[in-house]
Design a protein around this ligand. Structure first.
Ligand code: NAD
Ligand code: SIN
Length: 469
């Protein structure tokens, strides 16, 4: 008998979804169906694929509130935030249509012999593995462009958010997409491992750096499979301003480090501030604001919710204990929330100057503060990581920004804005341990199709041979 997968609302422990786990035979059968469907789907005119994507967007729009409530229950996100996720999913359709046309469309130029044509072809069968933190928006960001480009897709959502994955695939089918063009497999790593062992042409992955490392190795002898790896970060935020109200700086830090309860790949994990009074004032304002941040669930008027599960909260508390044992000093610790289930984990602020912290992502609202003597040291501290996803500078001086944006290595570098809130209309991806140079969001079109350049001559004619008359 098939094993059962269940998901739970982390805010209450109530069950949300359950269904059978897909085994290796089901993964093989799904990929075989996707393979058989691929040529027909690729041959459908682009306009028809685009129309189906638009119909999918319309189904999402009609179901937006139900989907937002499901996201909120399955992830523990506040409802206001789950609604923004659904809006991003709907917006992805038009953005992906534009990106496909702009980045991987066709071009045609006249030549003396005929014409030079550029076309793009789909790869074939794409496997998509999704994370739990944006269970709709992030896999959607691979699936929409992959289908528009003419690929078929087999999607395995996170084992923590299977219900949202199922609802998203159901919306495509309700819009009229043939069943074999997009299929879903439910399960954990074993199901994911069974899927990627099949005859796939691409793996579009959003998740942890550890898993990304595993996939790089797993595919080293399969160069024909395109890998798009969107991974985590150990993101720096530098605050270098003594003229701005520290409360404003603290507000931008909080939106960088604690939004989505710290469960965004783009969250700031390290705050770099100057030694001296300006840094002292910012830290005091940050402790004050973070101590007051409202924590809640569902449609509460709150900023933060629980982590995805009690297990994730346990893991974060364990990692926090490790940082403290390494020498970090606790400035604020709300890692346990009174009268709330174990999955709730509030903001934590650590002072870690001179402490050799591990260069690792803690996927929770834990921010380590480092004091440095000058801006050169601030940039060096920002770059002291093997990751390179997002980075931010809070500073009024444009000259500092010019230095920062040219010297800091990351795929997203923001000025006086939070490190979070990636735009679908821009590329999103990181350097080093954060990715593999295949950014997603607007540039997802690039990894969903490959270019074919052709010289086309309507008439067979000889090409001159120098030296022969
Ligand atoms: P995860 O790596 O644990 O899992 C992601 C998906 O991959 C899940 O579906 C999981 O079942 C599957 N998986 C994991 N290991 C596997 C293996 N060895 N074989 C087959 N399948 C495997 O990630 P998560 O915990 O769900 O998500 C949080 C992580 O995702 C964080 O590290 C975060 O930074 C990262 N993330 C990155 C981005 C980005 O765009 N760069 C965006 C969001 C989240
Ligand atoms: C994420 O992909 O985890 C979030 C990116 C963002 O901040 O919007």
């Amino acid at each position: 008998m098939a094993h059962l997968l269940q998901s739970f609302d982390p805010a209450t422990g109530d069950p949300v979804w359950q269904g059978p786990v897909a085994d290796a035979a089901m993964a093989a059968a799904a990929v075989a169906r996707a393979r058989a469907a691929a040529p027909g789907w690729a041959r459908r005119p682009l306009d028809e694929r685009v129309a189906l994507a638009q119909a999918y967007g319309a189904v999402l729009d009609a179901r937006r509130e139900d989907l937002a409530r499901l996201i909120a229950r399955e992830t523990g996100k506040l409802l206001w935030e789950a609604r923004t996720e659904v809006t991003a999913m709907i917006g992805k359709v038009d953005i992906s249509i534009r990106a496909q046309a702009e980045r991987t469309g066709t071009s045609d130029s006249a030549q003396p012999f005929g014409r030079a044509v550029l076309r793009h072809h789909p790869h074939g069968v794409m496997a998509v593995l999704g994370p739990y933190n944006f269970p709709g928006h992030l896999p959607n960001g691979h699936i929409v462009p992959a289908l528009i480009a003419g690929n078929t897709v087999v999607f395995k959502p996170s084992e923590l958010t299977p219900g949202v994955g199922a609802a998203m695939v159901d919306a495509w089918h309700a819009a009229g997409l043939p069943g074999d063009v997009l299929q879903i497999l439910q399960g954990g790593r074993d199901t994911g491992a069974a899927l990627i062992e099949q005859d796939i042409d691409g793996l579009l992955f959003t998740g942890s750096a550890n898993a990304g490392r595993h996939f790089r190795r797993a595919f080293v002898d399969r160069p024909g499979v395109i890998l798009a790896l969107e991974l985590g970060g150990n993101n720096p935020l530098v605050a270098w301003d003594d003229a701005t109200d520290p409360a404003i700086l603290a507000n931008l830090v909080v939106h960088s480090a604690f939004v989505t309860t710290g469960q965004r790949c783009s969250c700031a994990r390290r705050l770099i501030v100057p030694e001296g009074t300006a840094g002292d004032a910012l830290i005091a304002a940050l402790v004050d604001l973070s101590a007051r941040l409202p924590i809640g669930a569902g449609d509460d008027n709150a900023f933060m919710g629980p982590l995805i599960s009690p297990r994730a909260a346990d893991g974060a508390r364990h990692a926090l204990a490790g940082l403290v044992a390494a020498g970090a000093r606790v400035l604020l610790d709300r890692s346990s929330v009174a009268d709330r289930p174990e999955a709730f984990f509030g903001p934590v602020l650590l002072e870690a100057t001179g402490v050799a912290l591990p260069d690792a992502e803690i996927f929770a609202p834990v921010l380590s503060i480092v004091r440095v003597p000058d801006f050169t040291a601030a940039i060096a501290a920002a770059n002291a990581t093997a990751f390179g996803l997002s980075a931010g500078l809070l500073a009024g001086d444009p000259a500092l920004w010019e230095r920062f944006v040219s010297e800091v290595r990351a795929g997203v570098v923001n000025w006086n804005r939070p490190t979070t809130g990636a735009a679908s209309a821009a590329p999103f991806g990181g350097l080093g341990e954060s990715g593999n140079h295949r950014p997603s969001a607007y540039y997802a079109a690039d990894y969903c199709a490959y270019p074919v350049a052709s010289f086309e001559a309507p008439v067979l004619a000889p090409v001159p041979v120098p030296g022969l008359g």
